[in-house]
Design a protein around this ligand. Structure first.
Ligand SMILES: Nc1ncnc2c1ncn2[C@@H]1O[C@H](COP(=O)(O)OP(=O)(O)OP(=O)(O)O)[C@@H](O)[C@H]1O
Ligand SMILES: [Mg+2]
Length: 256
């Protein structure tokens, strides 16, 4: 049975979909059979992040309605061995997505992979509430700003209440010059506030934007953000890759 991990946040636009694509691509490249599920219903971003949008034929709505088995709705591509994607439905009827239909969906997917990563919509939506009791792990993305951290705290509590045992955070979009000036929260301060394990720190990196435009995940290559996601993947694989302290010099992020 696959591990089920939700990738979530309190605030929107803090990098969940980017993280889901990067971590999914990274785990798959490391030989872990991975399924990415786009649960941001009504929108559809994860296929675009992976450059797979032209290959989506079926979507999650078709599976929960019983039109196709989950395995037949998965998008795979030669350039991503071990990775499959279940795309979001762009039109959504609330009655399709019951706790029961989502439970059946995840049970079906669980026998097809070692890990299922679910890209969630921002905040505490209805579908999110249905899915979290089924997840063993939750990764919460936050920006290093007070309002995002406060909202991340709410989501972490919700995960805890739902019985999600392993909860960690990724601090995304860190700008060292602002941290140095004291104008941006330090990742360590954020983990202190949230009381959750720090899975990784991702710098604000223009390469993320270029890769997004090219439909490529932020994994591999030499950009600081890709390197940071590489370390997150190794941590998820159980390697001990420490998060180094902030160094007050150029190139700080190369150490994350
Ligand atoms: N580390 C980063 N550096 C620079 N840009 C980033 C970084 N991470 C994400 N972005 C950009 O920020 C935007 C939002 O990212 P993304 O779509 O992954 O967020 P999200 O949390 O999934 O948003 P939503 O809540 O709308 O689903 C995208 O344009 C993405 O390319
Ligand atoms: Mg998203």
């Amino acid at each position: 049975m696959a591990k089920i991990c939700v990738i979530t946040s309190g605030k929107g636009g803090v990098g969940k979909t980017t993280a889901a694509a990067a971590i999914g691509a990274g785990l798959a490249a490391s030989g872990v059979k991975t399924i990415l599920v786009d649960l941001d219903l009504g929108l559809r971003n994860l296929d675009v992040s992976l450059g797979l949008e032209t290959q989506v034929f079926y979507h999650i709505g078709d599976v929960v309605r019983g039109i196709v088995p989950a395995g037949d709705a998965l998008v795979t591509a030669e350039r991503y061995p071990n990775l499959a994607l279940l795309a979001a439905a762009q039109t959504v009827k609330a009655e399709w997505f019951t706790e029961e239909s989502l439970r059946r969906l995840l049970a079906e997917l669980s026998v097809l992979a070692e890990i299922i990563l679910i890209d969630c919509p921002a905040g505490i939506g209805e579908y999110f509430r249905s899915v979290i009791p089924l997840a063993g792990e939750g990764i919460v993305l936050t920006a290093p700003v007070v309002s995002a951290v406060r909202d991340a705290d709410k989501v972490l509590h919700l995960l805890e209440e739902a019985g999600v045992r392993k909860r960690s955070i990724i601090v995304n979009g860190v700008r060292p010059e602002l941290v140095r000036k004291g104008a941006m929260m330090k990742p360590e301060e954020i983990t202190d506030v949230l009381g959750a394990e720090l899975l990784g720190v991702i710098p604000d990196d223009d390469a993320v934007i270029s890769l997004a435009n090219e439909g490529r995940p932020v994994y591999g290559g030499s950009s600081p953000a890709a390197a940071a996601y590489g370390r997150i993947v190794r941590r998820l694989l159980g390697e001990s890759v420490p998060i180094p302290p902030i160094r007050k010099k150029k190139g700080w992020f190369s150490r994350y």
